[in-house]
Design a protein around this ligand. Structure first.
Ligand code: FAD
Length: 413
């Protein structure tokens, strides 16, 4: 009788050290069938852990995120991991309230003339309509960081029972650290090809980061977790990329995550040169803001496709004007944000499935080649379920903790 797969030698290679690669490594190393004398787990990362969106995202977790088949599992696993590993201190895990506000922004000392609509790609966590048409309700007392005369409407979106947050960079690097302590190894290099034999994987070819030498790493299993770069590694993968900017501002405010719909005055902002084109300000904008336990507020804006995904995360171009737009938008309705120092301006690329839907989690149809990619704007929220389900696929042959046929990569390939 053939040995069960879990009792065979396995060389599991995870391509990408973002949040998905790291949670996959963590749950593989914690799986009851993981046997360090038989199983080797290696993350291969092109630059550094969390150097893509996983280190630059907002970090909101919500029971109303999507897709519904993995959200509750992931939300629960986040809470359990935080409890087990002191996530409150290590990665800023906390439950919090979430609200949505409609507001009319004001111009403060802007010396530049604003224009008409345009410029952005929709990728926000909420459908446009969700913010609209809500009943006017009084804004909660402790949500006191917005200028009262700007607020036109408020609605509750989440309570500490349904919404929480993590600091994505700290979460990803901590989970990597925990996986490394459990025996996961790391190699730094860019995977250039998946090597296969008889319709099964046998390893990966990569360019070593330091020496730029081309090398190979043997593998019985390869997990594609390279986020927006997944199609660079495996061209059949239907994963696209949208760039998004964000800022972090010093402001010690009450623990809220806030979605907005801000009407800007017509004389707001600047006209920005983008190559040959002039990008114009929209007059209705939707920045999201997340207060963090470290006395900062993270804010992000719309996505764009002005600059294609570069080869590696260290080559991502951050457009200062787009960061300034976000700062101007949120400053137009909040005094603490207007007066706080801007500590970080950054950009990254969001992975999404070309046809919509996803993320894609599971088998690819090539023996030993797995996919865990295309997490759109909910990859932090859905990371834990993805890692756990991947560990079940690899050691038990199927997803056990959730029913995820709709996310089967073979339906999209
Ligand atoms: C502005 C913004 C805000 C967001 N806010 C939230 C939020 O509040 N809540 C939430 O749940 N989600 C949020 N997200 C979404 C979340 O950030 C992503 O879904 C998630 O980070 C994707 O993780 P990943 O590991 O798939 O990809 P990435 O983080 O991009 O990681 C991929 C890794 O693969 C590496 N890599 C690439 N090519 C190769 C190669 N050839 N060989 C080896 N390694 C390679 C990269 O260097 C990188 O480290 C946000 C995203 C953005 C852009």
């Amino acid at each position: 009788m053939a040995e069960p797969q879990s009792q065979q030698q396995r060389n599991i290679v995870i391509v990408g050290g973002g949040i998905i690669g790291c949670t996959t490594a963590y749950f593989l190393a914690r799986h009851p069938l993981f046997n360090p004398s038989l199983h080797k787990i290696t993350i291969i990362e092109a630059q550094s852990i969390a150097s893509g969106a996983s280190g630059k995202a907002g970090g909101l977790l919500a029971l109303w995120a999507y897709p519904a088949c993995i959200v509750p599992l992931s939300f629960k696993l986040h809470a359990e991991l935080a409890k087990e590993h002191n996530g409150a201190e290590r990665w800023g895990y906390r439950t919090l309230h979430v609200g949505s506000i409609r507001a009319k922004g004001k111009v403060y000392g802007s010396d530049v003339k604003g224009e008409e609509k345009g410029g952005g790609e929709e990728w926000q966590k909420l459908p446009k309509t969700k913010n609209r048409g809500k009943t006017l309700a009084s804004i909660p007392k402790d949500l006191d960081w917005f200028d009262q005369d700007c607020i036109k409407g408020y609605s509750e979106m989440g309570t500490p029972e349904t919404t929480a947050q993590v600091h994505p960079y700290l979460f990803t690097t901590s989970i990597f650290q925990l996986a490394a302590e459990a025996g996961v190894q790391i190699t730094y290099g860019s995977v250039t090809a998946i090597d296969s034999f008889d319709n099964g994987v046998k390893g990966v070819t990569y360019e070593e980061k330091e020496t730029r030498h081309i090398k190979t790493l043997p593998a019985s299993d390869v997990v594609l977790a390279a986020g927006p770069w997944t199609s660079h590694v495996f061209p059949e993968a239907p994963i696209d990329a949208i760039r998004a900017h964000s800022v972090v501002i010093k402001a010690d405010v009450s623990p809220w995550a806030v979605f907005t719909e801000i009407d800007l005055p017509r004389d707001f902002g600047r006209k920005v040169e983008v190559g040959e084109k002039k990008r114009r300000h929209a007059l209705n904008v939707n920045p999201e803001m997340y207060a963090r336990p470290d006395g900062t507020v993270y804010a992000c804006g719309e996505g764009d496709t002005d600059v294609p995904l570069p080869k590696t995360s260290n080559l991502v171009v951050c457009d200062d004007d787009r960061c300034q737009d976000i700062t101007d938008y949120i400053s137009s309705i909040s005094t603490p944000l207007r007066t706080g120092d801007v500590l970080i301006k950054q950009a990254c690329y969001l992975p999404h499935v070309s046809s919509g839907g996803g993320p894609l989690i599971g088998e690819t149809g090539i023996r030993g080649l797995w996919m865990a990619s295309g997490h759109t704007c909910w990859g932090i929220q859905n990371s834990c379920a993805t890692g756990k389900l991947m560990s079940e696929f690899i050691f038990e042959g199927e997803a056990k903790s959730a029913i995820i046929e709709t996310l089967d990569p073979r339906r999209f390939l």
